[in-house]
Design a protein around this ligand. Structure first.
Ligand SMILES: Cc1cc2nc3c(=O)[nH]c(=O)nc-3n(C[C@H](O)[C@H](O)[C@H](O)COP(=O)(O)O)c2cc1C
Length: 174
């Protein structure tokens, strides 16, 4: 079983998840930033592609990768500031999956919270006044505080379980 893990990560959250995923895949499975993705992705038994959520979809670097990800056996994983069980999280995964050229359903997907860059939060506070749709409300502040400890050990364990489950599914598909 030859897999590859590709990820995009601005502040390290998604990289941690990528490393956890890779740790349960066959020894020697590459774990690379998307900028180092090999040109031919069709030869792998499964491509694990990880992104950070940027305005409800994959970040720009991952968008480029997903647009050329022609391997029908793909598992997506992601981190985001919002709650992982929210509609926003589900929509973000769906939007990212829709960027692929192939219509096959994902083999599996995983999403968890990741701390939001404090510099971004400060910028948002300065840029968006009270009442603006992107203003930092008390609810948003609470969400940022909740996200601040993620990904945590439980997230890493869940990411490993996701990878193990994906391997099982691949055996039944093959
Ligand atoms: C420009 C920007 C846009 C973001 N947009 C969203 C978003 O739409 N929804 C969300 O829940 N989190 C959003 N986030 C938070 C990140 O997805 C989250 O912090 C993620 O874990 C960062 O991953 P990384 O450390 O791998 O870069 C955004 C962060 C940035 C910097």
């Amino acid at each position: 079983m030859e897999c590859i893990v590709l990820y995009s990560s601005r502040t390290g959250n998604t990289r941690k998840i990528a490393e956890a995923v890779c740790s349960v895949l066959p020894a020697g499975t590459p774990c690379l930033p998307v900028a180092e993705a090999p040109p031919d992705l069709s030869r792998y038994d499964c491509v694990f592609a990880g992104f950070w959520v940027d305005r409800g979809t994959a970040d720009a670097q991952s968008k480029q990768l997903l647009a050329r990800l022609d391997n029908p056996k793909t598992a997506l994983f992601a981190t985001l500031g919002a709650e992982p069980c929210s509609q926003h999280a589900a929509d973000s995964l769906r939007n990212a999956a829709a960027l692929r050229p192939c219509a096959e359903p994902l083999v599996n997907s995983f999403i968890c919270q990741g701390k939001v860059d404090p510099q971004l939060i400060e910028q948002m506070k300065k840029m968006f006044p009270t009442g603006h749709p992107h203003a930092v409300t008390p609810e948003r502040e609470a969400l940022h505080q909740q996200a601040a400890s993620h990904p945590d050990e439980a997230d890493l364990a869940a990411a490993k379980a996701f990878a193990a489950e994906t391997l099982k599914r691949l055996e039944t598909i093959a």
